[in-house]
Design a protein around this ligand. Structure first.
Ligand SMILES: Nc1ncnc2c1ncn2[C@@H]1O[C@H](COP(=O)(O)OP(=O)(O)OP(=O)(O)O)[C@@H](O)[C@H]1O
Ligand SMILES: [Mg+2]
Length: 318
């Protein structure tokens, strides 16, 4: 039987006792060699999804196949084919980077003579050669994330799961990690499932993005297609005083569909940017007083806002 490097999930659900439906029926199809970005705010259900796909947490309902194997019935086969760098990296402060990799190589049953060379190769690949023989206690956050990635790669997995690999990293460490992940997918054909709270990370790195909110996928597609779907720029108007909201909404409605806005009232301009001048004139003619008026070109944050009514911005979308 053929075992493709794909990730599939069907109506996957995870409920916690006395907790929320952390994952509320998601469908996924990630192709071989694809980088799939799972984008969502704190508590959206990203880690819970990763834990189910990596066989560390049983689903409450639904099914998933990773690398062609069922995550419930064929756990060992799934684990043999995947690498995972989870959100809570389990590193021992008293071991060195090299010792971690050798230990991981032994756990993955690499032949003894291959462990040293493989450790050295991976340390080099994630830029830790110089720090290799220092205890992890003295590593920075970025160095720990890179070591964690190297450990996930020891057994040359065909499918890689990375749960918020760059959270808390500086810009330099973040781009270095992006480069490495991109190289793994493009050159080695590794399928990558990566979660992130960073719009920019999803935009730059992912071939396709799934936006998750409250355990559900609310939008999915290539970053460009998602933005094109939202397509039109929006105008956001903040009225002067609360009682200006009604009149402003009445005017804006004439120019397109109202979209959620956290600060004021926003409309997607069906006629494109050219409609802006007309909006200003119409507001003026209606005699409403405006505190602020802004034109936004579509970004992944608009996609998020349009689908959830909330903004992800401020979570590090530089
Ligand atoms: N073991 C657990 N027991 C009860 N509730 C849980 C458990 N693990 C997660 N949850 C809840 O499930 C929801 C989803 O959590 P999850 O960790 O999957 O979110 P996340 O998208 O990874 O968030 P973050 O960006 O903060 O890592 C949250 O409401 C969380 O409180
Ligand atoms: Mg998480």
């Amino acid at each position: 039987m053929d075992h493709p490097n794909t990730i599939e999930a069907e109506k996957l659900v995870r409920e916690f006792k006395k907790g929320p439906r952390a994952v509320d029926g998601i469908d996924l199809h990630v192709d071989a060699g694809e980088i799939y970005g799972f984008l969502g705010p704190n508590g959206a259900g990203k880690s819970t999804t990763v834990l189910m796909l990596t066989t560390l947490l049983p689903p409450t309902a639904g099914a998933a196949r990773v690398g062609g194997y069922d995550v419930v019935r064929e756990g060992p086969q799934v684990r043999a084919n995947i690498g995972a760098a989870l959100q809570e990296a389990a590193l021992d402060p008293l071991l060195t980077g090299r010792e971690h990799l050798r230990l991981q190589a032994a756990l993955q049953a690499l032949p003894r003579e291959e462990r040293g060379p493989r450790a050295a190769e991976l340390l080099d690949r994630v830029g830790l050669t110089e720090a290799a023989d220092r205890k992890v206690r003295g590593y920075s956050g970025g160095m720990k994330r890179r070591l964690d990635l190297a450990m996930a790669l020891v057994h040359r997995p065909r499918i890689l799961f990375l749960d918020e690999p760059t959270t808390g990293l500086d810009v330099q460490s973040r781009t270095a990690l992006w480069d490495e992940v991109g190289r793994l997918a493009r050159e080695d054909g590794v399928t990558v499932f990566l979660t992130t709270q960073y719009l920019e990370e999803a935009d730059v790195l992912a071939d396709r993005v799934g936006i998750i909110d409250h355990g559900r996928i609310v939008a999915e597609g290539t970053p460009d297609a998602l933005k094109a779907e939202i397509g039109r720029p929006t105008v956001e108007v903040i009225p002067l005083g609360e009682d200006g909201r009604g009149p402003v909404a009445a005017v804006l409605e004439r120019f397109g569909t109202l979209v959620p806005s956290s600060r004021g009232i926003a409309v997607r301009l069906e006629g494109g940017e050219a409609g802006l001048a007309e909006v200003v004139r119409a507001l003026d003619a209606a005699g409403v007083h405006v505190a602020q008026l802004e034109l936004h070109s579509p970004s992944l944050d608009d996609v998020f806002l349009a689908k959830t009514g909330r903004s992800l911005e401020g979570h590090g979308a530089e």
